[in-house]
Design a protein around this ligand. Sequence first.
Ligand SMILES: [Zn+2]
Length: 113
Amino acid sequence: MHELAITEGIIKIASEVAEKNKAKKVLNIKIKCGDFSGVVPSLIQEYFDIVSKGTIVEGAKLIIDRVPIRIYCFECQSESEIQRSQICCPKCGAYKYKMISGKEFFVESLEVE
Ligand SMILES: [Zn+2]
């Protein structure tokens, strides 16, 4: 259900932008999706095809750009990419770090006609 609400949000944003630009059609929607956002990209596409029916964004292609989880470790002072299941620094094993990227989820751009 989480993805459904997100998909509706994407459609709302994309429709507003398309109308503002007097577009006839939306060709594609570029989305940034962090691996830590908890959003499942394949579900978004599935919901999108259903919910967008009859709207200006119907038939648009979703281009989902995945953003890996990157952390900065305070212990060894380095940046690394980690998996969602990993909870410590891969270089030194410390738990003292901050997340630099991976939480984001937003519409980056639209291509309209
Ligand atoms: Zn470290």
